[in-house]
Design a binder for this molecule. Sequence first.
Ligand SMILES: Cc1ncc(COP(=O)(O)O)c(C=O)c1O
Length: 373
Amino acid sequence: MTEFSRRVEQVSISGIREVFEAASEDAINLGIGQPDFPTPAHARQGAIEAIEAGQTDAYTSNKGTQSLRDAISAKYDRDYDLAIDPEDVIATSGGSEALHIALEAHVDPGQEVIFPDPGFVAYDALTKIADGTPTPVPLREDLTLDPATVEEAITDETAAFIVNSPANPTGVVQSEVDMREFARIADEHDVLCISDEVYEHIVFEGEHRSPMAFAETDNVVVVSACSKTYSMTGWRLGWVTGSNRRIERMLRVHQYGQACASAPAQYAAEAALTGPQEPVEEMVEAFEERRDVVVDGLNDAGLEVPTPQGAFYVMPKVPEGWCDEVLDRDVVVVPGEAFGANGEGYARLSYATGMEELKEALEIIDDATRAVR
Ligand SMILES: Cc1ncc(COP(=O)(O)O)c(C=O)c1O
């Protein structure tokens, strides 16, 4: 009898999905990991026009259309003054596939991958799928990742470390000083830094900086996507960029696993990236307003919470039994341990939900917090 691979048997379905399944239909959902805004009209239109012109019926080049890769390259120039050769970009099926091919191309069996704990659930699972050894590391008290913690965790067996800013599930933004340190660590230890920047444009305070801007070697690869910036999670369009030799290796995985990213999505992404950016600004403004309301509401309920500077999540410290009390009152929140062992004692709340619902949820949370205290 064919049994299942050891790799796949180590991975389970995300704890987030379990919470969703347990929730009632009219629950207020603060568990969602995607913006509650429509995809900008010009992005949709880009796909519609390409479909109608018959441009989306065939495979594109494995890396993605030239015009999309040009648009991605132009975006890095516009946003960060970073020169990215369009040849050094692979359009992927979301940031998820970009993370997958980065790990598959760089991790040998048993090699360690360092990532933040609590951190995005895919880091642990994709490391296992790549037959690597997950090496979660704790965060600072303010929920940022300390470069010193990463440096201490590096061994001869380390293949890569993952940095995620703005971060899921914490909403924190790493400082430029930290990003420079991550670049130095990647250079000095000759270890790959995978920088997951899918929330790069959802920043309220400070500035997003990529370790790629500071590295002197080619030891940084950057993963990003249209998913969060343009509210395009359903389109499945992301990318990875890195040096030519790294792209060439990642392309081998992408070519055989995916062939190319969906053509209509590539045209939508190109239109999103090259068209007006006001929809992004409006969305970020709305998220910032909600962030303030949520942080105030949680503080008023007596919960300790670092003020997130980006993404659309907040991660308060919560008393034991808190998540169950909140879930019992029909507000969906995700227990911190879904994001790693160090997430215990925290919960993740997403504010990708309308203001009225958020306010209602905060009243319920206040009530639930009293009940557990
Ligand atoms: C930190 C982080 N990286 C990557 C992804 C994957 O995004 P995509 O929908 O583009 O695959 C997510 C999605 O939630 C995320 O939170």
